[in-house]
Structures are given as C-alpha cells and as structure tokens.
Design a protein around this ligand. Structure first.
Ligand code: SAH
Length: 344
C-alpha cells in the first residue's frame, strides 16, 4: 500500500484521515503545524509519542526537495533549482524587498501554453505539481534562507489555472492559520488567460490578487504571441476579468511583457489604455527577458518610457518591473533549461 502524502492534504482532509485511523483530532493539528515548519521526518515531531511517530512513519510520507542549484544575486535575489522526488526539476525565486520577502514559485514541471517569448514552455509540460510540491518550495526556501516569507507569487514555471485543483488546495494550506498563515491578499496568481478558470476562481472564496498576462491589446497580435488567445479571445478574457472584479472587488494586474518592435508602439499603448482605463486595473510592464531561441529583445529605455507615459497620462496606474537578479538566471525557466541542456 502506498503511503499517504500528508502535504497533499488540506487541514480538513488530514483531520478526517487521522480520525479514520483512530487518532484524536488534535493530533492532526499538531502534525499539520510541523509539516509547515519544514520537518523532514516524523522523528522531529517531538510532541508526539515515540509509538505514534513510528505508526505515522509506516503509513505516511513527508515530501522533501533537494536543492540542485542556488544562485544569489548582488541585489539579494536567490534563485533555487529544486529537484523533486522523481528527479524532475522546478525553479523558485526568493526576493528581498524593504517590506518583506516574496517568493515566486512554480506550479507545473514545464508548461503547455506555448507563449512565444517564454522559456518555461520550451519542451511542453511534463507534469503537474501536487499541492505539497508547490508548498515545499515555500517551506524549503524559508528554511534555507531563514527569512519569513511574506508574499507568494504563483508566477514561476507553469500555468497555475491549468493545475487548478492542486493550486487551490495549496492556497488553502498556505493560507491556513495552522499552516503558513499567509493571507489571500498576499498571494498573487498569474494566468495566461484561462477565462473559465478565472470565473471559477472568482467563486472560490479565496480573494487572491489576480494577474493576467495580457501582452497585447488586440486579438491578431495576442494570438501571434499567445496560443491561448485562440481559445479565449480578448472579449471573452475581459468578460472573465470583469466577473472576477465584480465578485472579489480586487483590482487586477495586467502583465505586459514589452517586446521591442513587436508590441511597444504608441498606437498599441493607446489600444491598451482603451481596454484598461474603464476597468479596475493596474499595468505592470516587464521589459522582455531575451530567451535564446525566441529572438525577442527589450526596447530601449526611451520606448519603454513613451509606452508608460501614454498609459499614465490616460489615468491607468503603471509600474515597470524592477529587473531583479539580472546577474543570475532569474527569468522563469532559464535555470531549468540550462540544467537540462548541460545534462547535469
Ligand atoms: N503561466 C502564467 C504564469 C507564469 S509566467 C502566466 O502566463 O501568467 C509569469 C509571467 O512572466 C507571465 O506574465 C509571462 O507571460 C511572463 N514572461 C514569460 N516569459 C517572459 C519573458 N521572456 N520576458 C518577460 N516576461 C515573460
């Protein structure tokens, strides 16, 4: 019989499981707390009897990650390449801000979305991560760095809404008072535009900050960059976004990877303004990270500024993402690709 993977269970599921094997309810709370403190064995759960620790060890499994590579930038950004128990790898990026420590984590091994500028999608999706494997990135980075992680950003490798069940389970666990107790408002989820799942998330009662990777304000251009636009065009996507705002009252961030000569003209900025100014929105410009094989390049500082000015003068709050970790492979998917190429 295979062992029960405890971090893949929610608090309620763990409680139910413990009751079903004849344990008292409070034991579930004790074990759950240990899991999110980052213990790697039942032996470390010192408030349980020796006998109970042995019983749990026979029946249950605590997942762990191995750090394969760790790059530390001069600006404090730390990029981890983690190895999962089956040998697959994912990346996480721990950042250092004045007001806390956000971590950007992966939700899938690879990705099937096919965005033309993105390194994570080269080679497609290998598999979904389980809820526990998503949580492990936070648990291990926190333990390794000694930092209290303040914000979670679901913006690493993978499309979170293409792994809906595991991702929402993860959010419930990380949000739970006996888990890491990180508020939904401190959790951001980024999607390429899975309209139906955005609507489902709006109903979930988990008011996370939603980021939508827009990258183009008209269908022809967006379809040429992001295949998902064939399935959910801009009209359909914005219908879902409007529903999310209506249900959660949360402002949506629209991510815009600015690619020199492709989506950065003033005319296009005007189209983007028209789409966003009548909505509760914020635009985050990401000067595109060049990825080998895509051929896309950032525009110069002047074109970035012009683009931003059109939006701001039109009344839409716009930020340009700080380029953290420039001296390391901090852009999504780059470390994993390099590792695969070098056949380490
Ligand atoms: N699948 C999700 C989350 C992962 S990607 C999504 O699409 O939102 C995280 C963000 O980085 C997305 O906005 C994505 O479009 C963007 N991104 C991917 N490759 C990039 C690159 N080379 N330069 C700049 N942004 C990139």
């Amino acid at each position: 019989m295979s062992k029960v993977r405890l971090k893949d269970l929610t608090f309620d599921e763990l409680t139910e499981y413990f009751l079903s094997i004849g344990l008292k309810k409070y034991r579930a709370r004790q074990v759950y707390e240990w899991l999110y403190k980052g213990v790697e064995s039942f032996e470390e759960m010192t408030n349980l009897s020796k006998e109970l620790r042995c019983q749990l060890d026979e029946m249950c499994h605590i997942s762990t990650l191995k750090v394969l590579d760790k790059q530390v930038s001069v600006d404090g950004t730390v990029k981890y390449l983690f190895e999962l128990e089956d040998g697959e790898t994912v990346e996480s990026v721990l950042m250092e801000y004045k007001h806390g420590h956000p971590i950007c984590i992966s939700t899938q091994v690879g990705c099937n979305m096919g965005c033309k500028f993105c390194a994570s999608t080269v080679g497609g999706k290998v598999r979904d991560l389980t809820a526990g494997e998503i949580a492990d990135q936070v648990i291990f980075a926190s333990k390794d760095s000694g930092f209290t992680i303040t914000n979670i950003v679901l913006m690493g490798i993978g499309e979170p809404l293409d792994n809906y069940e595991n991702v929402t389970k993860f959010i419930r666990n990380i949000n739970h008072y006996a888990g890491m107790n990180i508020g939904a408002r401190h959790i951001s989820l980024s999607t390429c535009g899975q309209a139906e799942k955005i609507e489902r998330l709006a109903e979930e009662g988990l008011p996370v900050t939603l980021s939508v990777s827009l990258h183009a304000p008209n269908d022809a251009l967006r379809t040429s960059l992001m295949p998902i636009n064939k399935k959910y065009n801009l009209k359909r996507l914005f219908e879902a976004c409007d529903y999310y705002v209506e249900k959660t009252n949360r402002r949506i961030t629209y991510e815009y990877a600015l690619i020199g000569g492709v989506n950065d003209s003033e005319e296009i900025a005007g189209q983007l303004l028209a789409l966003t100014k009548k909505r509760l929105s914020h635009i985050n410009i990401i000067p595109v990270n060049s990825v080998e094989s895509t051929g896309f390049k950032k525009g110069n500082a002047e074109s970035i500024n012009k683009f931003r000015t059109v939006l701001e003068q039109g009344g839409v709050t716009t930020t340009v993402r700080r380029e953290l970790g420039n001296d390391i492979d901090a852009a999504c998917g780059q470390l994993r690709r390099r590792h695969a190429r070098e056949g380490k």
